[in-house]
Design a binder for this molecule. Structure first.
Ligand SMILES: Cc1cc2nc3c(=O)[nH]c(=O)nc-3n(C[C@H](O)[C@H](O)[C@H](O)COP(=O)(O)OP(=O)(O)OC[C@H]3O[C@@H](n4cnc5c(N)ncnc54)[C@H](O)[C@@H]3O)c2cc1C
Length: 462
């Protein structure tokens, strides 16, 4: 340990340990992320890089010494990918958080990786622009982390995932070389799309130290927002599929199942939901649908009969305050779950047409394993976040067994293990079931090309 720390401090010209941190509290904080998984053992140091030169020096040193490196952004991940494992060096870029350039005419921004998604959006909003990816963690997650996980969010159904918003990257490879990929033009097809390969690579191919991201105009006018309550999750899922299949594409379609809505009712008070959507929440399933841009209100009015066809009690927000109250129901999901105790936040996706079946599977699994699984879905993307509620500090075995059954069911329905949170540590054991041996070996081969010594995030992702 002393050798690694001494070598890092020499290489980074940091005799006082301002950048190369070894205090117990700092090391312990880097062992976990928001998944709740804590790496056994822990890192020997946390490098809090301030510059590209720091990242290069740290990687050169760790390659020379054969020490594993765990890249880390804001640490809000839900798969354990950024957690500092035994004997590793955590390389945090959270302090590299400058917005380098906002190119209004060309609609892109150049940022350091640690800038928070919400801060970037606040900075570009004055130009009538936005960075479209909007994970529910936008206020606390870094753009670099969004890129490394290919984060999704509430607006993906219309604006796509993070991959669609990344034009180019500056990346430090395991051996310390700095490379730039991609382009700043709207189009660009020179060579293989290494930028796309790096998006979602979960810190296994290189450390992102700069990003050129696409900005899009903020849609004109006020959004039009609908809340609907359904007697069954199947009816709500059918309604969600129907509105997405319509000619006007909604910008948000979120579904809260009965257990999720009951949890939110307990957290906010049942009258809030009854007053907001004009229906009691008891046993109900909630669907939030939003349209933006010119014609949003007409599109929302056009969606009302489609939402009612499946038995929904539908309410179109008549004011900004009413809209906010509808959004508050969805936004309260995570705090309401946290108030209940410990949860394992999961993330599977299925083709939209199989969404209702997947909800049924989750319900059956909950009953079979005796686990409460309130579930929220980015229904427009077929992406479910079942939250497994448990007691104690560690996820109990029967919860992992229930999750195992759920992952296998998602794959059988033609879906995927992870829609947006990534594989990290927590889903690694199932990855072969989805990818198959040949594709898994291909991916590991690509990893070896980028990182022949295998020092970047070993034991994570694939
Ligand atoms: C309340 C809550 C709501 C959430 N909602 C969503 C949601 O709606 N959609 C969604 O997709 N996610 C969501 N997340 C998960 C999480 O916020 C995202 O995965 C986010 O993109 C992680 O960013 P981060 O900066 O925290 O990355 P970290 O947690 O620090 O790292 C995540 C992964 O990326 C790698 N990494 C980070 N930075 C770099 C870098 N610069 N170079 C190379 N690798 C890097 C790490 O090694 C790790 O594998 C939510 C999390 C919480 C707590």
């Amino acid at each position: 340990m002393d050798t690694v720390v001494t070598a890092l401090r020499a290489a980074l010209d940091d005799p006082d340990g301002t950048v190369v941190r070894i205090e117990r509290a700092v090391l312990d904080a880097a062992r976990t992320d928001k998944s709740g998984w804590v790496a056994p053992g822990g890192p020997v140091a946390v490098v809090e890089a301030r510059s590209v030169a720091h990242v290069q020096a740290a990687l050169r040193t760790c390659t020379a010494l054969g020490v594993p490196v765990v890249p880390r952004g804001a640490g809000t991940g839900l798969a354990g990918g950024a957690n500092g494992t035994e004997g590793s060096v955590v390389l945090s870029v959270a302090r590299m958080d400058r917005i380098v350039r906002i190119a209004v005419d060309d609609e892109y921004a150049v940022v350091e990786p640690g800038v928070l998604n919400g801060d970037l959006n606040a900075a570009v909003a004055g130009h009538g622009l936005r960075f479209a990816p909007d994970p529910a963690s936008a206020a606390i997650a870094s753009v670099g982390g969004n890129i490394a996980t290919n984060a999704g969010g509430l607006r993906c159904v219309k604006y796509g995932v993070t991959r669609e918003a990344v034009l180019g990257l500056d990346v430090v490879l395991a051996d310390g070389r700095l490379v730039s990929t991609g382009h700043r033009t709207v189009k660009g097809v020179t060579g293989l799309d290494i930028t796309a390969l790096l998006v979602g690579s979960e810190g296994t191919l290189g450390v992102i130290v700069g990003a050129t991201v696409r900005l899009v105009p903020i849609p004109a006018g006020e959004p039009a927002t609908l809340g609907a309550v359904y007697p069954t999750v199947e009816a709500a899922a059918r309604a969600a599929a129907a509105v997405v299949a319509g000619t006007d594409r909604p910008s948000t379609v979120e579904l809260l199942d009965a257990a999720a809505l009951a949890g939110i009712a307990a957290y906010l008070g049942p009258q809030v939901i009854a007053e907001t959507v004009g229906s009691t929440s008891a046993g109900g399933v909630f669907l939030l649908v939003e349209y933006d841009g010119p014609g949003a209100t007409e599109a929302a009015l056009g969606a009302v009969p489609r939402l009612q066809a499946d038995g929904g009690t539908v309410h179109l927000a008549a004011s900004a305050a009413e809209r906010d109250r509808l959004l508050t129901i969805r936004r309260s999901f995570h705090p309401a779950m946290e108030a209940r105790g410990r949860v394992l936040i999961e993330d599977v996706a299925v083709p939209r047409s199989r969404l209702a079946e997947m909800f049924q599977v989750v319900e059956e699994i909950g009953a079979r394993y005796g686990v409460a699984i309130p579930t929220v879905a980015h229904a427009g993307d077929g992406n479910l976040h079942p939250n497994f509620v448990f007691e104690g500090d560690e996820v109990p075995q029967h919860v992992w067994d229930a999750a195992d059954a759920m992952f296998r069911a998602a794959i059988e329905l033609g879906g995927t293990l992870t829609g947006e949170h990534g594989v990290g540590v927590l889903k690694r054991r199932w990855i072969g079931d989805e990818l198959g041996d040949d594709v898994l070996e291909l991916q590991r081969g690509i990893r070896r090309v980028f990182d022949p010594a295998g020092i970047l995030n070993p034991g994570k992702a694939f």
